[in-house]
Design a protein around this ligand. Structure first.
Ligand SMILES: [Fe+2]
Ligand SMILES: [Fe+2]
Length: 289
């Protein structure tokens, strides 16, 4: 990627998964092109609090501003992590950690990118999922989950992502969606947005999943129109480990994941490429859906 001259770029990446040594090496190589560059980090930085802190501290020291949204992996409570906090308390702990590093979180005022391609409101989100993206013929979350267990395609969240104090991850998702919609409605209406959420906002992008039944852990129908409703100029997400560009209602969606070593090794392109969100690169390849 060429430097864009004065003013810098709004860049993005996700799914760093720095518990893998090869991925730590990738993160150690991430650098801004200009002193003005911002970096959006769309979740799944690591599994333990120490891993998340290591990566975000390194990046915050290099980029003019780092903006983070948590992924499911940050919200896990892995048995090996000395930090045993669960659910919303774990998220709150990570938010405080980020604030100490100068990293912007979904709980902070939404910053405005005023560089090239701006001004836009940059909104990091935590929305989770609610099992509403179900396979055809499975009319309830319970039926979809039962089918997942029957076929052996079950997200590890079922074991490690605790919803405390909510009764379920779906209930936590509903609360996040309601609160986030309220905050987005209160933003400056004169500015378009860049929405960043670990999980995609529209179901269409999950159609390419190798195991479509996994979509029930990937998002919620509640956000199907958010890219239009909240005037997005771009939507940044990860989680699928299928990096690509697609367009929905004329809005550019960027899946910016690095993924696991076994995944990026098979792609044939150097891993850890920072994706430029703004200014919009020339000739962004639209993907037909
Ligand atoms: Fe991931
Ligand atoms: Fe994820």
């Amino acid at each position: 990627m060429a430097a864009t001259g004065d003013g810098g770029s709004l860049l993005a990446i996700s799914d760093l998964h720095v518990g893998h040594p090869e991925n730590r090496t990738i993160v150690e190589g991430l650098r801004p092109r200009t002193p003005q560059d911002w970096l959006l980090v769309a979740g799944d930085v690591g599994d333990t609090v120490a891993e998340v802190e290591w990566a975000l501290r390194l990046l915050a020291d290099r980029f003019a501003r780092v903006v983070w949204s948590p992924g499911n992996h940050e919200l896990w409570t892995p048995p090996a992590d000395p930090v045993t906090l669960r659910g919303a308390a774990r998220y709150a702990h990570l938010v405080e950690l980020c604030r100490g590093l100068g990293v912007v979180t979904p709980e902070d005022p939404y910053p405005v990118w005023a560089g090239p391609g701006g001004p836009v409101t940059v909104a990091p989100l935590l929305l989770l999922y609610d099992h509403s993206w179900r396979p055809d013929g499975f009319d309830t979350p319970e039926a979809a989950l039962a089918e997942a267990y029957r076929t052996g395609i079950v997200c590890t969240d079922e074991v490690l992502l605790h919803p405390d104090p909510y009764e379920s991850r779906s209930a936590w998702c509903a609360a996040r969606v309601a609160e986030t919609a309220r905050r987005l409605a209160e933003r400056d209406p004169a500015l378009p947005t860049v929405l960043m959420n670990h999980w995609p906002l529209v179901r269409e992008v999950t159609r390419v999943l190798r195991y479509p039944i996994f979509a029930q852990w990937c998002g919620t129908e509640a956000t199907a129109d958010w890219h239009v409703r909240f005037d997005a100029t771009a939507v940044v997400y990860g989680h699928l480990h299928i990096p690509r560009t697609s367009w929905h209602d004329g809005v550019r969606f960027e899946e910016v994941s690095v993924g696991y070593p076994r995944e990026w090794r098979s792609r044939g392109v150097p891993p850890g490429r920072l994706r430029r969100i703004l200014p919009q690169p020339e000739g962004v390849p639209p993907t037909a859906w």
